[in-house]
Write a protein that binds this ligand. Structure first.
Ligand code: IMP
Length: 429
């Protein structure tokens, strides 16, 4: 196998960062293909904690290439902060190991302001976005009025497009949302810095990927967010503005469908959701609090407490099917230790009938009650387990049921945040 797409199968924050970091050992290239700095991947490497938002985690491994492909939206301010913070910690980032697509769209400061202003105006109907301007940036891409990273090579053209964009954006900001408008001179001052610092990193990343495929290099495609937040397949409108399903790698990175070789679903051993929207297995009582505290379930990007609940195999099965997952990478199994009883949702009860799919409209989904299978808990510290047989029987049974109900075999099990705290059942690359 020469390439693997790693994706989130629930509502994000499944621990994709650790899984990608682990697989990077044998990869040559690590590629981000959708989303922006709304993503937050927390990694523990040699006892040090890193929080990455835009830069693929491959950057932490000397000798590996990190690519931000054209399907990503890039906030240059956020990207530069990330580059500077990593550089200050001794990580080498140069145009020889970080490649940014010239086709990637830019998240402009007015996108962030519009995201926040819209959320404020929505009141109780807000989505609970990360406030990073991701939705407005993708809107402009689709409306064909977006600015792309490659436009930074020609600041006259950049200026012309910005003048045009500001006519509409300032009208919205000032006239409609009644927040201060944005000045062209300020944007151009920023654009000058972005151009100077970021254009050396720009390239045609789709061609780089084609060349890497031709050489038989190992490529890891790092998904952000998750299937239930997918613009088309998630719980619309409580979704993000990109497509986190695995197939989106074809558009976002330029990988032909037939070239996808491996698909790995990252599944947290329980469920979490940050932001608003349906969550059938949410636990609003002390078990939810137990998971939040033990799992340190607070957003990497916004610091918001995550909503916690039981694992939901209706959700995971849906993601496995939509993405064609070959294996599951189950994360944070250790967090479940100490609970006297575990539950997995197997179906939903809707109007007295059992269903095993996710209704498309959120009003119906809100009426769904999970049907649970109850399993024995375990109260053992799992962090030292390196083989599946090191796990207590109850933990193994839980994993087996999760895998059977979800429709994909186990590939990896993570029992702690560090690289070595992992049980590997299937080798990639
Ligand atoms: P946006 O992507 O900032 O527009 O936010 C839309 C929804 O997706 C909100 O519910 C966010 O909390 C959620 N979201 C976006 N990125 C992530 C992520 O990386 N992890 C978890 N939730 C996310």
């Amino acid at each position: 196998m020469n390439n693997v797409v790693v994706f989130g199968s629930q509502w994000g924050d499944e621990g994709k960062g650790k899984i990608v970091d682990l697989l990077t050992d044998k990869a040559d290239l690590v590629v981000r293909f959708q989303g922006g700095n709304n993503a937050g991947h927390t990694l523990m490497v040699d006892g040090e904690k890193y929080a990455l938002h835009l830069i693929p985690s491959g950057i932490l491994h000397p000798g590996k290439l990190a690519l931000i492909a054209g399907g990503v939206v890039i906030d240059p301010e956020g990207l530069l902060k990330e580059i500077d913070a990593l550089t200050a910690r001794g990580i080498t980032i140069t145009p020889d190991n970080l490649f940014i697509s010239e086709k990637a769209h830019i998240v402009m400061p007015y996108h962030r302001l519009l995201d926040l202003a819209r959320e404020n105006l929505q009141g109780v109907n807000k989505i609970g976005t990360t406030g990073r301007g991701i939705g407005p940036a993708y809107e402009d891409k689709a409306a064909r009025i977006g600015l792309r990273m490659g436009d930074l090579r020609n600041l006259d053209y950049f200026r012309e497009k910005t003048v045009h964009a500001l006519l509409e954006k300032n009208h919205l900001l000032n006239g409609f949302y009644q927040v201060p408008s944005v000045k062209l001179v300020d944007l151009m001052a920023l654009a000058n810095v972005w151009a100077e610092r970021l254009t050396p990193f720009l390239s045609d990343t789709a061609r780089l990927i084609q060349s890497a495929l031709g050489r038989g290099d190992h490529i890891l495609f790092e998904g952000a967010q998750a299937v239930q937040l997918d613009l088309d397949h998630g719980n619309y409108p409580f979704v993000t503005s990109s497509n986190p399903i695995a197939g989106s790698v074809t558009v976002g990175a330029g990988l032909a469908p037939g070239k996808i070789e491996g698909v790995l679903a990252v599944v947290k051993a329980y469920s979490t959701r940050v932001g608003l929207g349906p969550f059938p297995t949410e636990l609003k009582e002390e078990t939810g609090e137990y998971l939040r505290t033990r799992g340190v379930e607070f957003g990497t990007t916004t610091g918001r407490p995550r909503r916690c609940g039981w694992p939901d195999s209706v959700v995971i099965r849906n993601s496995v099917e939509l993405c064609g997952a070959d294996h599951l990478a189950v994360t944070k199994l250790d967090v479940l230790a100490g609970l006297p009883e575990l539950k997995i949702a197997t179906q939903y009860l809707l109007d007295g009938e059992k269903i095993d799919f996710i209704p498309a409209d959120i009003q119906t989904l809100d009426c769904c009650q999970p049907v649970y299978e109850k399993l024995a808990g375990f109260n053992v510290d799992l962090k030292k387990a390196r083989k599946i047989t090191d796990l207590p029987k109850a933990a193994r049974y839980f994993l087996d049921r999760l895998s059977e109900l979800s429709g994909a075999p186990l590939g990896l099990v993570s029992v702690g945040p560090n690289r070595e705290e992992t049980i590997i059942l299937h080798e990639y690359f």
